[in-house]
Design a protein around this ligand. Sequence first.
Ligand SMILES: *Cc1c(COP(=O)(O)O)cnc(C)c1O
Length: 709
Amino acid sequence: MSDSSGLPQRIARLKELSYNLWWSWHPDARKLFEAVDRPLWKSTHHNPVAMLKDISPRRFKELSEDPSFLRSYDGVFKKFDHEMGTSETWLQKTHPDLAEKTIAYFSAEFGLHNSLPIYSGGLGLLAGEHCKEAGELGLPLVGIGFLYQQGYFHQKIQSNGWQDASYRPLEISRVAIEPATFAKTGEDLISVPVGSRTVYAAVWQVRLGRVQLYLMDTDVEENAPWDRELSARLYAGDEELRIRQEIVLGIGGVRLLRALGISPSVWHCNEGHTAFQMLERIREHVAAGQAFDEAAEAVRKTTIFTTHTPVPAGHDAFASALIEKYFLNYWPLLGIDQSRFWALGCHQESWGESFNMTVLALNLSKGLNGVSRLHGQVSRQMWNHLWPDKKEEEVPIISITNGIHVPTWIAPEINILYRKHIAPDWVNRQDDPLLWQLVKDIPDKDIWEMRQKLKQKLLAFIRDRARKAWVEDQAEASQLLASGTLLDPETLTIGYARRFAGYKRATLIFHDLERLKSILKNNRRPVQIIFAGKAHPADDIGKRLLQEIYNLARDPGMAGHIAFVENYDMHVAHFLVQGVDVWLNCPRPPLEASGTSGMKASLNGVPQLSVLDGWWPEAYNGLNGWTFGREGGENNDGADAEDLYRVLEHEVAPLYYRQDTDGVPRGWIEVVKETIRSVAPQFSMRRVVKEYTERLYAPAINGKKIGKG
Ligand SMILES: *Cc1c(COP(=O)(O)O)cnc(C)c1O
C-alpha cells in the first residue's frame, strides 16, 4: 500500500481532483477515476480519495505511462481548469452587479455524495444540490453546516424485519474534506458561547466546483466530553442536544464566516434549524451601537428563509426552560428583555407554548418561500396568524418549486442518448424547454433498450449486495429473498424509496393484500415492487411500517415480487431511480411539501405514479405519468389504495405489456418521452437557483420588493 503522495508527477493532480466533488457530476472525470482501478472504484463505492490511498506505486507508474489514460487525464483537467477559472458564467452575463455579492447558505444537512453521510433525506439533498448548481451558475455562494463525524446512521434489517441503526465513524483521511484555514485570524478553531459554556469547533472544507462548503466539528480536545459529542450525529439525541447544535450552527456559523473574512450580502437559511444565525447578526449590529429594532430590520432585509414542510414534527420547537438556560446571557446582548426575546419565536403548539424556530425565522427574514406551488399555499394558510392583518393570499411567503441537480442524477447510459439525439451540450442548456422537444427524435427502440439495461444494472447491484450479505453477515435465506434476488428483469418494476415518515404512507399499497397479490402475480402482466428507506431511529411507528414491508418481502406468498433494499442513501438512490420502470409516490396530501425522488426518476425516463401532492400538481399533464387518489379529505387510505390498484391494473400494466412485434411497447415509450420532455427542464436545479437569484437574492441585495411572481 502506498499513500497517494506517491503519485508520479505526470498524474499528480488526480489527488487535487479527488478533493473537489466537481468530479462526481462530470462523467469524464468519473470515468477517469474508474479507469484507475475498477475493482477498488467499486469497493470504495466510488470514493476516489479512499481509492487513491490504496493504490500501489506500480499501478500509478503504469497509468502515468498509459497514453490513453493520459489523454483522458488531460481532457478532464482542461475542462476542470476552464470551469474553475471562467468568468463567462450565467451570473456574469445576466447579473454582473451580483458577481461579487456573497451568499451565505446555512443548512443542518448537505447531501453531496454517499461518501459524506451528513444528510438524512430530501432537505439535505436539496441543500447540497443548491450549492453545486450555484457554483455552476457563478454565484459566489458559501455553504455553512456541520461535519457529523458519525453522520446519519447505517441501516441493517434483522431477520425479524426490525431496523438496526449503527453509526460508523467517518475516516476523515479517506473522504473529500480538508481542514479549513482562517486567513483572517490564523487560528484553527472558532468559539461559540453555548449557555454558560464556551464550545470550540474545528472547521472543515468541502470543495464543490467553485463553491466552498464549511463544516463545523466540535470533536476537539479543547472541549469537554459533553461538548465534543455535540456534532457527532445528525438528528440524534434529545431537545437539549438539538438546541445546543442549533446554537453552534447559527451563532457559530456567523462567527465562522467572520473568522474567514467573508461578509455575505445575503443570508439564506434552509429550514428553521439555522435561524439562530439571525440573532447573532442582530447582536453584531447592537454591539456596533444600533437599537434592537433597527438592528432587526437591517438583518431582515438581507435574510432569505426557506421552509420545507407542513408536518409539525419538522419544525423545531423548544420549551421555555431550555430557552432560558441557553439564552439568559444572550438577550441582554440584543438589548431586549426576556419577554421580547420569547415573543420572537413564540408559538402555540399542541402541547403548549414554545419557542419555534420556524416562527423565529419567519419573523426575522424578508424573503420567505415554500418549495412547491401547493406548499406555498399551505404555508400561507399555516402561518397566516403571524400576519393577523393580512388575508391568507397576502401572506408574504412565495413559492419556488424544488428541483434536482441534473448532472448528479442522470444515468451515464441515458446521458449518452441525450448527447446523441438532443445535443452534445444538452447539460449546458438543460433548463431550456424547447431543447427538450428533441426527445421525440430518440428512436423508441434505443430508449427501451437503455431502460432495460438500467433495470438489469439495478438487479445486478441487488444480487451483488445479497451475495455480500450471505458471505459476510450470515444473512438467512429468507433475507436474500427479501433483498430482491428473485426479481425478474422482464417484469414491470415499481420503485418506492424515501424516508419512512408516517405521512409518506409506505404501506398504502398493502391496504388490500389479496387484491395486491392478484396484481403482482398476474400471469400475463406481473408486477414487482422494490422498496428502500430508513426510519428515524427514534420513530417506532416508522420502524413498524418498515418491518411490515420487510416481512412481506420475506413471505413466499409474495413469490419474490416484493423486495426491500437496505441502507437507502444516494448510492442506492442512483440505482433505483435509474433502474425501475415506474416511481410510486403516495404521501397524504398536502403533507409532502415537494418531493424530489420522482424528478430524478423522470429525468431518466421513469414515469411517476403519484397522488396530486408536492411538485406533482405542477408537473402532471395527463400524458407524463399517472395520478391516483381522491381529492382532499382525511383518512382516505382505503379509497386511495383502491384507486391505486385500479390505475395499476388497468392503465400502467396494460400499457407496459402492450409490446409490438419487435418487443418495444410504443405507448409506454410515448409516456416515457413525455415524462422526460416535461420534467427535465422545469424541475432542474438550474431553473431553481436562477429563480432564487432573480426572485429572492437580487431583490434582497438591491433593496427591491419581493413579489409573488
Ligand atoms: C432524493 C432523495 C431523497 C428525497 O426523496 P423524496 O422523494 O423527496 O422523499 C431522500 N433520500 C435520498 C437518498 C435521495 O436521493
